[in-house]
Design a protein around this ligand. Structure first.
Ligand code: ATP
Ligand code: MG
Length: 777
């Protein structure tokens, strides 16, 4: 061991070293956040390579492709040389997409199959629902898509669905008795288009491995060593793939933390961890207890939170790191104030402590919360980057160009074809596209094939349209020829020019058009970059197919473009596995975090708590928890109550920074301190102001909703609310600022009640009674 200690193994503690040097056979590392699980995985791979294991025989599955790249880079440093490039490493989706390129033909897929992203799937489902003449308000395409996705991840094929009365009944109960048909049509259409959706990448891999023993054997032999990070969040489909591949050699190493399992809504199954020992009865289980990431205060606070969960494997997490400052708690009157507080605090910290912007992360429960934070950061000129919003590759102009590229590789790709058949406009209308789709369904061919054979099919379209369709087909074919002899960049640039896309945006001339053109340029740069990068890889060509796959499977964390010194804004789900010196967890309010959708059962609530545990344990030096008193939700302003999670933290680890007067009752920001119902802040946009006008109504329905969820909520905790509800027309009242007046009119009821008052000084004002401090004379 002593000679090993002189190598990189010396960079591990003893508990970590044991799983790293563990010889053959299954092993599992179960340990709390920041204890070095990912490090163990990385070092174990390096160690295997040092022992002479061929990197071609090692498969590592990570949560993001970025994590895989970083791991590879680290391994390269540890072992020296470029051998690490040959490791199979990446997310489940990217690794198995690659496998399906080699062997998917056995299932009838072309090796150049397209990967449909969620947007493509949803568009296809929407069009199927339309074609079937179903009510789109009952068959909501997003819901239908997520149902189908759930089936696939549980390995419920169409056939299995149709043999499962319970499932069918559940859908019928949800007024969707024709789910089975939609599912069938969707699967057929994807297949005909030579396309797989994200879930197919796992489902078809399972199918391939179970139906073709020779293929299974080949990959079992190839992947003699399998390693999985974040094992607690693998779904059933992923679990089965791993189990099948490891079935021959049993050299499987998984690391995870049950306390960080946060994807059950996507079918992740915490029992995978518990089943590991059942599946492999010779499995070695290692535990790590020392946290290297965070201060004592953060580690202990996180422990005190997770202790509230009943469902958990008991673990010890401690740290030798410094005590650190206490966790800072701050309450703001509104979400806009919360944004300003966070931006101000980041600003001060960067100045006082000479920190980089990239030392900070702001984490939230849902994407929509980013807006108020962004506004405040922009006002202070603090650069930031949002992860998980509309990704670069989802932008319209980018998807348009990519759709042309997809068509070159796979002309059957129906979603790509529909996007660009008439963009830029070339006089091919929706009616023509509909006719083509019907014909394609009838002849069981792709739309493109119908277009190639217009003379052979029965189709009522005029000769002008016909020749336009032929021109389009010929253009795509000319691109195909170019693609055969040029690299991805040359092809993409040619396509951008030749199709007229670039011209379209240039002509536009508006700032938006210019921005779109710049994005296309950015995409072309990206392709150039990619082509260069691929040259280094042993088994890569740098062609269009590889590029498109890279794009289709890029998780949002992967596309780090431009200046890296920025504050990171992301949902907690995306932050899993990452670490930042300073972390702000915002919106710690009941019904937001924990989410109103996740309070129905203990297990849902426990998952929210695990999410909070994940959030807090991202912080290295300092964590801030913020919440507000009033917040816009669904465009309405509501009272917010502090999250129960704040109370659950042992208070000895918390310091409350809320200025005393923030605790006094303050009216909603959109009423002034005198209770006027109209907005007075100049910073609000017109749509917001419009919303504020209808505030009263909105607020009441919101409160009703809240009360339904929490029957004990009672009436809002607003001083004076009940008393003031008594006034009626003709009542003489006194207002602290406007003086005496007479009520002219009463509008609304209950907490929405407004009074129009003519004051003796001459003004007529409309007051929201629950806020206006009126005295009845
Ligand atoms: P999570 O549960 O959040 O995924 P993890 O268990 O995977 O966390 P790592 O990310 O591997 O933990 O490690 C946390 C931090 O501690 C990293 O910055 C890592 O480099 C550091 N670290 C881990 N072990 C050691 C060690 N023995 N010596 C020094 N630093 C370490
Ligand atoms: Mg990790």
């Amino acid at each position: 061991m002593s000679s090993e200690l002189n190598t990189f193994l010396g960079e591990l503690n003893e508990a970590q070293r044991a799983p790293v040097v563990h010889k053959e056979g299954p092993l599992m590392v179960i340990a709390g956040a920041g204890s070095g699980k990912t490090r163990v995985l990385t070092y174990r791979i390096a160690h295997l390579m040092k022992q002479g294991i061929d990197p071609f025989n090692i498969l590592a599955l990570t949560f993001t492709n970025k994590a895989a790249r970083e791991m590879k880079a680290r391994i390269e440093q540890l072992v020296g040389g470029a051998e690490a490039k040959n490791l199979w490493m990446g997310t489940f989706h990217s690794v198995f997409a690659r496998l399906l390129r080699f062997d998917g033909q056995k299932l009838g897929y072309p090796s150049n199959f397209t990967i449909y992203d969620t947007q493509d799937s949803q568009r296809l489902i929407a069009s199927i629902i339309k074609e079937m003449g179903l009510d789109k308000d009952v068959y909501k395409y997003k819901q239908v898509q997520s149902r189908i996705s759930a089936y696939k991840n549980s390995l419920i094929t169409v056939k299995a669905y149709l043999q499962n009365p319970e499932l069918m009944e559940a859908d019928a109960m949800a007024r969707r008795p024709r789910m089975g048909e939609i599912y069938q049509n969707y699967v057929d259409r994807c297949f005909k288009a030579g396309a797989m959706d994200f879930d197919d990448l796992l489902l078809r891999t399972n199918e391939l491995l179970s139906r073709f023993p020779d293929v299974l054997m080949k990959y079992q032999d190839r992947f003699r060593y399998i390693l999985v990070d974040e094992y607690q969040d693998t779904n059933h489909s992923q679990y089965l793939i791993v189990r099948a591949l490891a079935d021959r050699y049993h050299n499987i190493c998984v690391v995870g933390d049950d306390a960080q399992s946060i994807y059950s809504f996507r079918g992740a199954n915490i029992s995978n961890i518990l089943n590991f020992q059942r599946d492999y009865d010779d499995a070695a289980v290692y535990r790590l207890e020392q946290n290297y990431r965070s201060t004592k205060n953060i580690v202990n606070a996180a422990n005190s939170i997770i202790a509230n969960n009943k469902d958990q494997l008991k673990k010890v997490v401690w740290t030798a790191n410094e005590e650190g400052p206490k966790i800072k708690l701050h309450r703001s009157p509104t979400d806009a104030d919360e944004g300003r507080y966070v931006a101000g605090s980041i600003f001060e910290n960067t100045m006082q402590l000479q920190l980089k912007h990239s030392d900070f992360a702001v984490l939230y429960r849902t994407n929509s919360q980013s807006r108020s934070i962004e506004d405040a950061l922009r006002k202070r000129d603090i650069p930031y980057r949002i992860y998980g919003g509309v990704s670069f590759y989802q932008r319209k102009e980018i998807k348009d160009l990519l759709s042309y590229l997809r068509l070159i590789i796979n002309p059957k790709d129906e979603e790509a074809l529909k996007r660009v058949i008439n963009f830029p406009a070339r006089g091919i209308g929706q009616t023509t596209v509909d006719k083509l789709t019907v014909a394609a369904n009838h002849y069981k061919r792709s739309v493109f094939e119908i277009m190639e054979n217009l003379d052979k099919v029965e189709l009522k379209i005029n000769s002008g349209t016909k020749s336009k369709l032929e021109d389009f087909v010929n253009m795509i074919k000319s691109f195909e020829i170019l693609n055969g002899e040029s690299d991805a960049f040359t092809v993409a640039e040619h396509v951008a020019k030749k199709t007229g896309i670039l011209m379209e945006f240039k002509k536009d001339g508006t700032p938006e058009g210019i921005a779109r053109m710049e994005n296309i340029e950015e995409l072309l740069n990206g392709i150039q970059d990619f082509v260069e990068g691929q040259k280094e890889l042993a088994d890569a060509k740098g062609d269009l197919t590889e590029f498109l796959e890279d794009v289709a499977l890029a998780t949002d964390l992967d596309n780090e473009k431009g200046d890296k010194n920025r504050v990171a804004l992301m949902t907690i789900h995306l932050a899993k596995g990452l670490e930042f010196p300073y972390v702000y967890i915002v919106g710690l309010e009941e019904d937001l975090f924990p989410s109103a959708m996740s309070m129905n059962t203990r297990s849902e609530l426990e998952e929210e708590r695990r999410l909070f545990y994940v959030a807090l344990t991202r912080a290295e030096k300092q964590a801030y928890l913020t919440y507000t008193q009033n917040r816009y939700r669904w465009g309405k302003l509501i009272d917010a109550e502090p999250s129960r999670f704040i109370e659950e933290i042992d208070e000895s680890f918390i310091e409350d920074l809320t200025p005393k007067d923030n605790y006094r009752f303050k009216p909603l920001i959109n009423t002034d301190i005198f209770g006027e119902a109209t907005p007075s802040r100049g910073t609000r946009t017109q749509p917001q102001k419009n919303k504020l006008q209808s505030l009263g109504k909105a607020r009441s329905s919101e409160l009703k909703k809240l009360r339904r969820l929490k029957p004990n909520l009672g009436t809002p905790s607003t001083p004076g609310a009940e008393i003031n509800l008594d006034v009626s027309e003709g009542t003489t009242v006194n207002h602290s600022r406007f003086g005496r007046g007479t009520v002219l009119k009463i509008e609304g009821t209950g907490v929405d009640k407004k009074a129009e008052v003519r004051f003796e000084r001459g003004e007529v004002k409309k007051l929201l009674l629950r806020f206006a401090k009126l005295e009845v004379l």
